[in-house]
Design a protein around this ligand. Structure first.
Ligand SMILES: NC(=O)c1ccc[n+]([C@@H]2O[C@H](COP(=O)([O-])OP(=O)(O)OC[C@H]3O[C@@H](n4cnc5c(N)ncnc54)[C@H](OP(=O)(O)O)[C@@H]3O)[C@@H](O)[C@H]2O)c1
Length: 370
């Protein structure tokens, strides 16, 4: 049976008293003949409810102010460049569930990690945690190795949404290299459409130089959520080049990766870190995370070990004195010249994301020469 929706504030003709359209004999008989079921909708009430629903959804969706102190990284989840057949999937899923349940509410991933296995395990963990979708900020990145065209980016996003069984990501993140390959104008049109369709709330940019970050910011304004760049005790290029400052001054979140340089910073036992760890009765990694957060940065940390997760979360239960923060801020690696950055993959210099990985070798090389 068809349903005729009668809108309450609209009166079609005087013979149609819409308080209860069924009261009118003539309309009832017409409905009967046409086999039409009627229902009355109070338009005002309808729009009020719709508005309230939207507002409450917006209010519970996470924003910068509600983010935890650190986010969950996924490099090494399910494998590295390739999926690891011997990987302990269960342990990694449970570690992410544990982190989410401990209140870490930001996750970031990309298909490139373990050829999609990181995405798969992360989605299983998010589902297993039973935490409401709106309570987790999900950044989905697309790298050059994942997509070459807008169409491919959209295919990646759609398959990500399907895997997670959800309607939107919080931020769709591009690397600067990919934006440059596709063209900023096309990316802008595409992301604007996705925002309009509700498939993403924001966009973010990763591994950008200062000029490109400014261009991207000009294009997207408040819809640019974050810049993801490398920052740790030894690798401070993003700060030295004014990238983190620009982001901070313009309300763009500085998401920083390799904040612990995969535990290689602590392994070097820099005397300042050893001294501060002793002074505060904390581990070097806790000093590092506390310091990074004191700068207003948002560290992404990957950990599949419960003890490490607890240790990392406890990094914020103490305060480092201003004098010590100053020392940490002003520390410079002795006898070390940072390599030239290859921003656009020309082969001249080192890609920014590789600098933390070559640091130890480069440092040893430069110090042997002395
Ligand atoms: N945009 C980019 O180009 C880019 C580049 C690199 C990374 N990222 C993202 O940023 C995330 C974080 O960076 P990352 O994973 O490379 O480096 P990281 O977070 O500095 O270090 C992760 C490594 O450190 C170990 N770890 C964590 N907490 C520890 C602790 N308290 N004590 C000792 N070891 C600890 C982890 O082992 P356990 O698992 O055993 O705890 C893991 O091996 C990545 O996972 C990825 O999502 C982005």
């Amino acid at each position: 049976m068809a349903t005729l929706v009668v809108l309450k504030p609209f009166r079609i003709c005087p013979r149609w008293p819409l308080k209860n359209p069924k009261d009118s004999l003539s309309t009832v008989s017409i409905y009967k003949i046409l086999k039409i079921k009627t229902t009355t909708i109070d338009l005002l009430k309808f729009f009020k409810n719709l508005y309230n629903k939207c507002i409450s959804k917006i209010q519970i969706m996470i924003n910068k102010q509600q983010l935890s102190k650190i986010g969950i990284g996924t490099w090494g989840v399910g494998g590295f460049m390739e999926p690891d057949p011997k990987n302990d999937d269960e342990k990694q899923i449970n570690a992410i569930v544990y982190s989410l349940n401990k209140g870490i509410n930001y996750v970031g991933t990309v298909y490139m990690y373990a050829k999609g296995k990181a995405v798969d395990l992360l989605s299983k963990a998010v589902k297993k945690s039973k935490i409401a979708r709106e309570k987790i900020f999900i950044t989905f990145s697309v790298y050059k190795s994942d997509a070459k065209t807008i169409q491919e980016v959209e295919e990646r996003l759609d398959s990500f949404l399907k895997t997670f069984d959800m309607g939107y990501v919080d931020s769709l993140q591009f690397t600067m290299g990919l934006v440059d390959d596709i063209g900023l104008e096309l990316v802008k049109k595409f992301v604007d459409r996705l925002i309009e369709q509700g498939k993403t709330r924001y966009t973010s940019l990763a591994n950008s130089n200062l000029d490109y970050l400014k261009k991207y910011h000009l294009a997207f304004g408040k819809k640019l959520f974050a810049h993801e760049g490398c920052f740790n005790f030894e690798v401070r290029e993003n700060e030295i080049l004014g990238i983190t400052d620009y982001a901070q001054q313009n309300g763009i979140l500085n998401v920083v990766y390799q904040p612990l340089r995969r535990n290689r910073t602590a392994a070097r036992n820099w005397s300042l870190l050893v001294e501060l760890a002793k002074k505060y009765g904390r581990t070097q990694n806790q000093i590092l995370l506390n310091w990074v957060v004191s700068k207003g940065f948002f560290p992404l940390v990957k950990s599949s070990t419960k003890e490490h997760i607890d240790e990392n979360l406890a990094s914020f239960s103490f305060q480092i004195d201003d004098d010590d923060l100053k020392k940490l801020n002003e520390f410079k690696i002795p006898n070390y010249q940072s390599p030239k950055i290859d921003w656009f993959g020309t082969g001249e210099g080192v890609a920014i994301h590789q600098i933390p990985n070559i640091f130890d070798k480069e440092y040893e090389k430069q110090n042997k020469k002395l």
